[in-house]
Design a protein around this ligand. Structure first.
Ligand code: GTQ
Ligand code: FE2
Length: 370
């Protein structure tokens, strides 16, 4: 039998209405709950079953200038190689007890590679993407396919693909990594395998094999049957994203429909084999606000992370507001009302865990003032 001192269960007797007055028998009952590893619902109900989500995660903003400076110092002091695998520095949400989680499901990190450096090859069940807010010169090699990384590009590394990165330039490069690491960790579904220590394909093509096969709008290679759970497109290039957003705002100026709200254009990166999200657990979008425009206040089930790609503005999360500028990262917990206001033209990258909740029929959205 487990002794009381070893049990991780710690119960306080609630003094809420309907609870019995303290007595020796009641105290003994509570000690037995603890020692037998039992927790009665009446001590937990408020926490476990709130009227609406009460996430532990907090709204928070990380400054890109500060992240970059710290990443540079890591680049001087900390090598990249086997064991640590990546010089990636994760955002730790202040509500999540110091865990390297931007939100309960999402990992967001700044990764940094010095000139001529390699990050070794590995694969894992966690799904990943890279988003580039500045710089170029690194190729990420996904199952042997070398994918150039440049400002504004979204690069995918779906789960269980071997991948390494190599910096083939004379300048360091930093970028944003997004993964479903916290979700996979919580669910106990993590598998990991090492590949070669050096990236074998050292080619530096402008466009990857997968882009040449897949990245023409609405045109699918007939040789590739069936839907795939992750997008086969390795790189969504900024020139296309930028053109799509500009076109929406031009249509709006002509009085034609297409924008999500006045002065607010948005696109979702999609899997061309399904029309759904790029990764099974991650949604990715780009938003463009005209100077002076604001997004509708919105709250939804599930969490997201935004990165300012260009421009400056303000983000309002619940009853707090932050000024944000290029590169800054914003964690938005579940069900917290969120809106952005553009002080200049403002481009925003967003990723979220929405596919998880949609897949489970647990997604809810509320638009407008809460
Ligand atoms: O680049 O492969 O930020 O495996 C975390 C885990 C990056 C990567 C991260 C990873 C990677
Ligand atoms: Fe990885």
């Amino acid at each position: 039998m487990t002794s009381t001192t070893e049990s991780p269960v710690r119960l306080a007797m609630p003094d809420t209405p309907g609870q019995p007055a303290p007595s020796p028998e009641l105290a003994r009952l509570y000690r037995d709950f603890e020692s037998e590893l039992l927790v009665p619902l009446w001590t937990e109900i408020g926490d476990l079953m709130p009227a609406s989500p009460k996430p532990a995660a907090a709204a928070h903003v990380w400054r890109w200038a500060r992240l970059l400076e710290i990443a540079r110092r890591s680049g001087d002091l900390v090598p990249v190689g086997r064991g640590g695998e990546r010089r990636a520095i994760a955002l730790a949400n202040p509500g999540l007890g110091g865990a390297p989680y931007a939100t309960p499901t999402l990992w967001a990190a700044i990764q940094y590679l010095n000139p001529r450096e390699d990050a070794p090859v590995h694969r894992h069940t966690q799904h990943a993407f890279r988003f580039v807010v500045e710089g170029e010169g690194v190729w990420t090699v996904v199952d042997g396919d070398a994918v150039a990384m440049r400002r504004g590009d979204l690069l995918l590394t779906p789960g269980w693909r071997f991948h390494g990165h190599h910096n083939q330039s004379d300048t360091p490069m930093a970028w944003l990594d997004g993964l479903d690491i916290p979700f996979v960790h919580a669910m106990g579904s993590a598998f990991f395998e090492l590949g070669p220590d050096a990236v074998e394909n050292r080619a530096t093509p402008d466009r990857s094999y997968a882009e040449r096969l897949w990245a023409y709008p609405g045109l699918r290679p007939v040789s590739q049957p069936g839907p795939t759970p992750s997008s086969p497109i390795t790189a969504y290039r900024w020139e296309h994203t930028d053109a799509a957003l500009s076109a929406q705002l031009e249509l709006e100026a002509e009085g034609q429909p297409g924008v999500v709200a006045p002065g607010h254009a948005a696109i979702r990166f999609s899997n061309p084999t399904t029309g759904g999200d790029v990764l099974p657990t991650v949604r990715a979008e780009m938003h463009r606000l005209r100077a002076g425009a604001a997004t509708t206040v919105r709250r939804e089930v599930g969490s997201s992370v935004w990165q300012v790609f260009d421009g400056a503005g303000r983000v309002s999360l619940g009853d707090r507001e932050w000024r944000v500028e290029r590169g800054d990262l914003v964690a938005v917990p579940s069900w917290v009302p969120c809106s952005f206001t553009a002080d200049t033209d403002l481009d925003l990258f967003r990723f979220s865990d929405t596919p998880i909740f949609e897949g489970l029929h647990a997604h809810r959205v509320q638009e407008g003032q809460a």
